[in-house]
Design a binder for this molecule. Sequence first.
Ligand code: S3P
Length: 443
Amino acid sequence: MTNSMYSNKSSNLSGKITVPGDKSISHRALIIGSLLTGKIKIKNLLESEDVIATAEALKSLGININKKNNIWEVFGNGIGNLTGSNFRLDMGNSGTGSRLIMGLIGGSDVEATILGDESLSKRPMKRIIKPLLETGAIFDDPNNDNLPIRIRGTKIPLPIEYLSPVASAQIKSCILLTGLSSTGNTSIIEPKLSRDHTERMLKYFGAKILTTQLSDATWKITLEGLPKLNAFDIEIPSDPSSAAFPIVASIITPNSKIKVLNVCINDLRIGLYKSLIDMGANISFSNKRELNGELIADITASYSLLKGTKIPKSRVPSMIDEYPILCIAAVKAKGSTVMEGIEELRYKETDRIAAMSEGLSLMGIKIDENKDSMVIHGKGPDSLIKGNLTINSKLDHRIAMSFLCMGLITEESIKVEDTDTINSSFPSFFEIMKKIGARLKYA
Ligand code: S3P
């Protein structure tokens, strides 16, 4: 068991803050940077355990990466040029890191074993093994769904057209990274459009990628193989999934108002904010601008009287990581909040539907849970919610942070166990929450 934290009833959260760099874009900057020819500088890389695991894996594979005066430098050695065998790459807690690194290996003459922590070792991997087998990658046991997994890639992967059953940026990015080494076009068709940071970043460096909606409303993303990529420096915007915690905390905590600067507001990432606005939250975006092909803005949020709503299924991929914190907002809403089409939450760092139902039920919140849906029956803005209980994070950073935000509005404190997992995505969570006035304390 690692550290625990207490969260105590708070009010008047306020201030202007910056949350760390976006996790998805940080992984991609390192991995795609390793495929460029020459050096790039990366500003505002998220220095969380997940991203550091990706940097370490790349270093083990022979990529020169270092940090000088807060700027990270990656010396790429071109597409498909990694070689070697018997690598053991420990990806820690990171689903994105493990699946994208396997995509990178898929397009190079590399043999490696990918490992992960207890939580990652339970997460499904067949979803990427299946398309990678089609490209010519070899697996010791193609029927094994879990890490550790031994993979051998090929410098000349076959161009494939893959129909993905799930809208997942990790599956899409894994296939695109392998496809970079292919001499032909690689396509993936996904049921709904998932976050497109890989496509945006590859385009920024010069790749040709086409995204089109097909007649059956699915999306096809096609990459031309062996693109000529240019090594440009990159700055990472702040992570909307991390900003979600102080923002929801301010929306549910009386007399609060905060501003979060330079947040990535890519339309495929801001489903939570749209849903909160539907629920009546005071949220506004200002100073909109572009940063390396990504849209960013400052977000202002203040205490709001929320009402329940039905979250459109079409919005699921754009808020896939934000359901736990949305559940917390839904508790304070008047009426029910209906979340459907969310089975993917069961395959995250923990089964997030089960974890939220379990924790909120302990507080006396009524929840209906199904295989792929959840309904939270809100207690309303004037309700008193009981605390005085302990939640285990289940090695899931977003479960830990969500219940710590909940503790700001419960009558008695909430203790969250195993909070070190927060370091996988938001290492400065405690300091930033304290800065706006949240009464958090290490146990
Ligand atoms: C991510 C994609 C999402 C998300 C994860 C980060 C990414 O997973 O949950 O935290 O960076 O590609 P899926 O693509 O599997 O939905």
